[in-house]
Each structure stands twice: as structure tokens, then as C-alpha cells.
Design a protein around this ligand. Structure first.
Ligand code: HEC
Length: 190
């Protein structure tokens, strides 16, 4: 590396350091309701993934469907009671009609889809707003390889049969990796 290149590199590094420290000083404080929502969504998501992986490993997809069917709503209810909020999952295409979005959620989900179509990375999609019902928060849930066993385009016969038994109106299949499967949704009641 010649001298000029080295000086350029050092200048860039210094400027980066400088701007990041300036930014962190002036960045607005994140609303605690947002940071709490993020924390709860994180806990909900990792608990679900943990249970799902364990059930898939222990008994295969059909057993795991029963776990999703019983455990997912149970985790949501447990967290809702713990925080005295309403905490759940929703989607434009749901498996369980209990998870159907209300008008506010539907708008947010459609906005997430638009942002994805414009090429934004979905992993960090979130939206929050003060509403009449309270402070509302949503965070997108990306479709991963693991999800395709039960939400993908080609399901095995036993999986199809088990899903049909619990969810005759299942609309949550045909997804690909990178699609928005749905979103976590929270209402912090006033
Ligand atoms: C073993 C099968 C199985 C796998 C694998 C699976 N799911 Fe599901 N998923 C279900 C079932 C069953 C439900 C319905 C749960 C209920 O009754 O609330 C569901 C519901 C959902 C919902 C709630 C909205 C709706 O459609 O009712 C979301 C969001 C979701 N799954 C995302 C995922 C993601 C993301 C993955 C991968 C990380 C995944 N799922 C993997 C079976 C599965």
C-alpha cells in the first residue's frame, strides 16, 4: 500500500468514527414502548423457534404441527398475561383464522409487502403507532428454509393431512424463502 492510499484509509476511518459518535449523541432516544416491544418479540420468536426445532427433531413434522397448534397460542397467551398486553402473530394469508389481521394490521402488512417489492430487506421491518386501542407495534417474520415443511409449496401427504384436520381453511402455504410469512403484533393497552 502506498502512502497516499494509507492516508486516505486513515482519513476515512477517522471520519467514520467521528460521524458515528456525533450520530449517537444526537440520535433521539428510542421510546421505551418500542424497545420493550422489540424485547418481547425477540423472546416470543426465539421460544417458538426453540420449541419448533425440538418438536421437529423429536417427532417429525406431524408432531410439530400439534406443538404449533397448542404451544404457539399458549406462548402468546402467557406473554400477553405477563405484560398485560395483547401479543400474537398475524399474516395476510393465515393458517389459523384466529390470527386474521384487523384493519390496522392489514394495512401494516400491506405496507411491509410494498417495501419488500421496492427491494428493502425484510429482516428489520417494523412499524408502530399510537392508536385509540393503545400503542401498537408490528415486526415482520421472514420465511426461512425450516418453515417450508409446513408453509412451503410442496408439502408431504402426512403434513397436508395433519394440517387439514386442524385447519380446514388453511391459507398459509405456497411460501418461499425470503417471503414475509407474517408478523408479530402487540397492543400495549392504555
Ligand atoms: C411443523 C409445522 C410448522 C412449521 C415447520 C412452521 N409452522 Fe408456522 N404454523 C404452523 C401451524 C400449525 C400454525 C397455526 C398455529 C395456530 O394455530 O396458531 C402456524 C402459524 C404460523 C403463523 C401465524 C399466522 C397464521 O398463519 O396463522 C406464523 C406467522 C408462522 N406460522 C410462521 C412460521 C415461520 C416463520 C416458520 C419457520 C421459522 C414456521 N411458521 C414454521 C405450523 C408450522
Amino acid at each position: 500500500m502506498n502512502g497516499i492510499k494509507l492516508i486516505r484509509l486513515i482519513t476515512t476511518l477517522l471520519l467514520t468514527l467521528l460521524s458515528s459518535s456525533v450520530l449517537s449523541e444526537t440520535a433521539p432516544e428510542v421510546d421505551s414502548r418500542v424497545s420493550q416491544s422489540r424485547m418481547v418479540v425477540e423472546a416470543f420468536g426465539s421460544k417458538l423457534i426453540g420449541e419448533l426445532k425440538q418438536a421437529l427433531g423429536d417427532g417429525g413434522p406431524v408432531t410439530a404441527i400439534n406443538v404449533c397448534n397448542i404451544e404457539a397460542p399458549k406462548i402468546a397467551t402467557g406473554l400477553s398475561e405477563k405484560y398485560n398486553w395483547s401479543i400474537g402473530r398475524t399474516a395476510l394469508k393465515t393458517r389459523n383464522p384466529d390470527n386474521n389481521p384487523d384493519a390496522w394490521e392489514k394495512n401494516v402488512l400491506q405496507m411491509f409487502e410494498q417495501r419488500k417489492q421496492q427491494g428493502e430487506a425484510i429482516a428489520k421491518f417494523e412499524y408502530y403507532e399510537e392508536t385509540k386501542q393503545g400503542f401498537r407495534y408490528m415486526k415482520a417474520i421472514p420465511t426461512k428454509g425450516l418453515c417450508l415443511t409446513c408453509h412451503g409449496e410442496s408439502l408431504t401427504e402426512p403434513v397436508k393431512t395433519a394440517l387439514l384436520k386442524h385447519y380446514p381453511d388453511d391459507r398459509a402455504t405456497g411460501f418461499n424463502v425470503g417471503d414475509i410469512r407474517g408478523a408479530f403484533t402487540i397492543i400495549q393497552k392504555n
